[in-house]
Design a protein around this ligand. Structure first.
Ligand code: CA
Ligand code: CA
Length: 439
């Protein structure tokens, strides 16, 4: 029997930190093939942790199946008779740590309730009632075996099987294994996700004396839909430092059982996600909100332009002349990707490959277009002046599509002006997004 690569002790340590009810929920869920995301949601545990637990369990059962029947009977009978693990280990030649983990999964004592009946009220009522019952039973059993052990000595070291019976907890179990998501840098932060990961890097955008909380939106020398230019006031908000990456989006897609978008050979991982619709982007920020307990959203069009300008009034945040030193965009005339200067990419570049704008935001110009919340209006007549989302009277009928900002690897310099606007209904291989958050 080999136990290499299986860190039972680490898992047992982790289990020890959980209350008994959570262990039972996890074990029953795994036995019934409940999707891990559902178990994670019920227990508040990280999905990655559950995945490790499920892998260990599968390995354990596989190993058990390989044992000869006599050994298995010895193990099962020994556990049922509360034989000290060290004695079972001596009898069978199995590792004690292996037996310890098997005992955890074998000797749980709470009859499972049906998952279909696990409405929150029923579930937590069961949890509370059974927790109290377990406490009483555990106390009695513990006393019984303690008295048995002291009155009837056995050979070898005496060891009770270490099933944890902590005080019943009446509150919802909290994730224990959340990473430290802190990040160095002025005005930067990341939120922890309930699944154990970290959210996107966020930049606090705080209007100051140097950069006021209002700006002139639009361009009087630009296209008609960029006019009339108008003054807009914006409150503080935090914005994704980078476009949302494939790595970030794939985590969401896996957790919600959705197809992962095609990267078309441009690069995955830290490349910006592409081939996502406006609905996909909205679903992502909704998931992120549930994962963090905060209200993540797409930016309003006004917030996007304020953040992209970052106090500047030129065509691009670096000046009036387009330059591949500052952004990944395309050919001089419509339309194709181009490699030139610091721009080493014909298609998407890894996020953050160029200098940030004065607010510390990367790739606001170029790389991929970015969805904002607003439906498209073909000019700024009657546009809101407070930075809010400009809604249609009926959001269900989006004839002109949703607004895209910031141009992409595929576009020419004129399209990449900070005031330029575009719209689309579906998404494509040069369209992604980034998120915002109040703080
Ligand atoms: Ca390029
Ligand atoms: Ca961009």
């Amino acid at each position: 029997m080999t136990t290499e690569n299986i860190n039972f002790n680490q898992l047992l340590n982790d289990l020890d930190k959980l209350n008994h009810q959570t262990i039972v929920l996890v074990n029953d869920g795994l036995e019934k093939g409940t999707p891990l995301v559902n178990i994670a949601s019920m227990t508040g545990l990280a999905e990655s942790w559950l995945q490790d637990n499920a892998k260990l369990r599968t390995k354990l059962l596989n190993d058990l199946a390989k044992l000869n029947p006599q050994t298995r009977v010895l193990v099962d009978n020994g556990l049922e008779k509360e034989t000290p693990l060290v004695n079972i280990a001596n009898m069978t030649g199995l590792a004690e740590s292996w037996l310890q983990y098997y005992a955890y999964t074998k000797l749980k004592t709470i009859p499972p309730s049906e998952p279909s009946k696990w409405t929150p009220v029923v579930k937590w009522t069961l949890v509370v009632v059974s927790a109290i019952a377990i406490g009483v039973v555990a106390y009695t059993v513990k006393n019984y075996f303690q008295s048995k052990v002291t009155s009837k000595p056995v050979l070898g070291p005496i060891e009770l099987i270490p099933i944890p019976f902590p005080e019943p907890k009446l509150s919802l179990p909290q994730p224990q294994l959340t990473k430290d998501c802190s990040i160095a840098g002025k005005n930067l932060f990341r939120d922890s996700l309930r699944d154990g990961g970290c959210g996107p890097v966020m930049v606090k955008i705080i209007p100051s004396k140097k950069i006021a909380g209002h700006f002139i939106m639009g361009d009087e020398r630009g296209d008609k839909d960029e006019q009339p230019v108008h003054s807009v006031s914006v409150e503080s908000f935090a914005m994704c430092r980078y476009e949302v990456t494939f790595a970030e989006y794939d985590r969401f897609a896996k957790a919600t059982n959705q197809d992962e978008p095609d990267e078309q050979g441009y690069g995955r991982g830290n490349h910006p996600v592409i081939n996502v619709s406006w609905d996909d982007a909205m679903a992502y920020v909704d998931w992120l909100s549930k994962q963090t307990g905060k209200d993540y959203r797409l930016p309003s069009e006004a917030q996007w332009e304020y953040a992209a300008r970052a106090g500047t009034t030129t065509k691009y945040w670096w000046g009036n002349v387009a330059s591949h030193e500052y952004a990944n965009y395309g050919t001089q005339k419509c339309c194709d990707g181009l490699i030139k200067g610091k721009d080493d990419w014909k298609y998407t570049s890894p996020v953050g490959s160029f200098a940030p704008n004065p607010f510390g935001l990367y790739d606001m110009i170029g790389n991929v277009w970015e969805w904002v919340v607003d439906p498209y209006h073909n000019n700024y007549e009657n546009a809101p002046k407070d930075g809010s989302v400009w809604k249609d009277s009926n959001d269900e009928e989006i004839g002109d599509g949703w607004v895209l900002r910031g141009c992409s690897w595929y576009n020419n310099p004129r399209i990449c002006r900070v005031a330029n606007r575009y719209s689309n209904n579906e998404g494509g291989n040069n369209i992604g997004f980034r998120c915002i958050l109040d703080f």
